[in-house]
Design a protein around this ligand. Structure first.
Ligand code: C2E
Ligand code: CA
Ligand code: CA
Ligand code: CA
Length: 275
């Protein structure tokens, strides 16, 4: 047992070393990735309910790494948040999303994920304003997605940035709703325009009556507060059917579409009759 235990510890440590080395490599390569054009935005459609019309897209970043292939955001965004690179990467995301919006019809909107580190940065407002002006995009076509962790501090600075965004006319969504611990308090305080119900509630709601009850209650609450709702991670027709019955306004998920390259997203818009 001792031997086994030691072996496990050894393997664990080796794994950690590899992780640390991998992390260092990613961190080193990240410096050049922007300059080398290795980041891409993919776009996952939003569909209105119950009519299933394509209304917009969520921009999701990927890193096309020459040696490691396509790296998902969860593998590098946390590193970029730690070392501050997220500020520059985030500015690129905002600029790229606005550039893409300028090629799409006016009724299409794009939502952009903004990390808590970006929200704390004094540069965010200027970055968004500049991108909108440069690409001639109307502010109401941009939505920013924040998680609760971003607003949990509720510092003066964050309150100021959020009212600045609102003054610009940019919409604000609370992402991953229900995964934090006091979401309800923030809804009113920050006047969110949209709640994105986390996929952990959608995915299980077919079998789990209490998850379904949460979705129903959130949808009802949002309606009472005049806040739009989007269900994330919809993977089955049954889920979609019950979301429609609950009055959820928008759906997103693999059932409707996976995230697409910009070209495929444009083609989908054209096929949809939107372009
Ligand atoms: P998120 O904002 O909650 O984005 C939704 C994630 O769920 C995406 O993963 C999407 O591909 C995935 N997804 C969508 N529909 C389904 C479904 O039906 N089933 C399942 N199982 N998954 C689904 P992705 O693209 O890997 O992004 C992961 C996270 O990385 C995002 O979570 C977001 O927190 C972060 N992220 C992505 N792009 C950016 C960015 O540009 N900036 C920042 N700061 N964070 C980003
Ligand atoms: Ca999101
Ligand atoms: Ca989410
Ligand atoms: Ca998430």
């Amino acid at each position: 047992a001792k031997e086994y235990g030691r072996g496990r510890v050894h393997v664990y440590e080796q794994g950690m070393l590899e992780d640390a080395a991998h992390k260092r490599n990613l961190e080193r390569d990240m410096d050049a990735a922007l300059r080398l054009g290795q980041f891409e935005l993919h776009y996952q459609p939003f569909y209105s309910l119950p009519d299933r019309r394509l209304t917009g897209f969520e921009a999701l970043i990927r890193w096309r790494h020459p040696a490691s292939g396509m790296i998902p955001p969860m593998d590098f965004i946390p590193i970029a948040e730690q070392n501050g690179a997220i500020i520059e990467i985030g500015a690129w995301v905002i600029d790229q999303a606005c550039r893409q919006l300028s090629r799409w019809p006016d009724h299409v909107y794009v939502s952009v994920n903004v990390s808590p580190v970006q929200l704390r940065s004094p540069e965010l407002l200027g970055q968004i304003t500049r991108a909108m002006e440069q690409h001639g995009v109307q502010p109401h076509r941009i939505e920013i997605e924040l998680t609760e962790t971003a607003v949990v501090e509720s510092s003066e600075q964050i309150v100021a940035v959020l009212s600045g965004l609102r003054a610009l006319g940019v919409r604000i969504a609370m992402d991953d709703f229900g995964t934090g611990y006091s979401s309800l308090a923030y809804l009113k305080r920050f006047e969110f325009d949209r709640i994105k119900i986390d996929r952990s509630f959608i995915g299980v709601s077919e079998e789990d009556a209490s998850a379904a009850a949460v979705v129903r209650a959130v949808t009802q609450l949002a309606r009472d507060l005049s806040i739009a709702t989007t269900a994330e991670g919809v993977e089955s027709e049954n889920q979609l059917k019950s979301l429609i019955a609950m009055g959820c306004g928008t759906a997103q998920g693999y059932l409707l579409s996976r995230p697409l390259t910009a070209d495929k997203a444009s083609a989908l818009l054209e096929a949809d009759g939107g372009a």
